[in-house]
Design a protein around this ligand. Sequence first.
Ligand code: MRU
Length: 351
Amino acid sequence: VAKPAARTIDWVDDAIVAIDQTLLPGDEVYLQIRDVETLAEAIRTLRIRGAMGLGVAGGLGVALAIRRAQEAGADPVRAAADAADVLARTRPTAANLFRGIERVHAAVADGPDAAVATAVELIAEDVAANTAIGERGADLLGELLAGGRETFVALTHCNAGALAGVDVGTALGVIAALHHRGRVGEVLACETRPLLQGARLTCWELARLGVNHSLIVDSAAAGLVGRGEIDFVVVGADRIAANGDVANKVGTFSHALAAQYAGIPFLVAAPEMTIDAGCPDGSSIPIEERAADEVTQFAGVSTAPPGVRARNPAFDVTPAELVTAIVTERRVIRTAAGERAAPSRERIPVA
Ligand code: MRU
């Protein structure tokens, strides 16, 4: 099986059907969600997650509210506005969530059925965008790594695969396209503390894609990059600022620093929808802080002294100058900052 049995998120009989990502890799269970509150809870608890998946969920959530209001003889315009408000307060960082909500909410002006149709369009658009990103990213890597070996070792972080969208991923879309070209030797997947999207989800997907892969702890990545064991890094994005700074799952910035040190490409794969022209740079991207117990516990068991304070930022910002290129469904963006920062391997003598 090359992909999950069904789409990660879909619209069936006026309801959302989505795989429960908190149960993977153990159980493949699909949720049927018919109301906005249940959807909001599924988003907050990461049953539904990933930037592209959140964009689709946001739009479909507004559609859910419209359909339930129509069935109850209530005002669908009011219901759509209320749903947009509730869903926009579930998670702050992924730009796609807000884009999906806004797009469907704006379409209410053309009538409730037009808004539902707009929401359903988001599903096919996500598949098309990510398919294009995968091919373009594989082309770019072919150029960047030309003259080297036939197959490459990639590093990725968190889960930017089919599970982060509808049924094709961004970073894993690039890896899948490269794999189909016979050019992937191995993928090293970072486990991605604290919620283990890399261990639980990315490894599950890579196995289904038939890609040779190994799981590593996040802190092993820099050492392996520094030892020359990795040819490129590819990650997704949750929000990209106008200057090219990239917010992605916490830990991404460290991989970018290591990639610069080693002089290997650091690629970001994301749809245009992830770019937020309203954020001039990374400092204006809202970074989600999640509950401390995600850090102080492991699989429900306390791993720190009782009462210890913990910080749990879910994302970090990689400055544009560390990004070799951003690949979208329309273009390859090489920021001016990225062009300036040619990696240097010069050593300063200390003795
Ligand atoms: O907290 P999540 O699981 O919703 O985080 C999002 C991510 O999976 C990553 O940051 C990813 O690289 C961007 S989504 C393609």
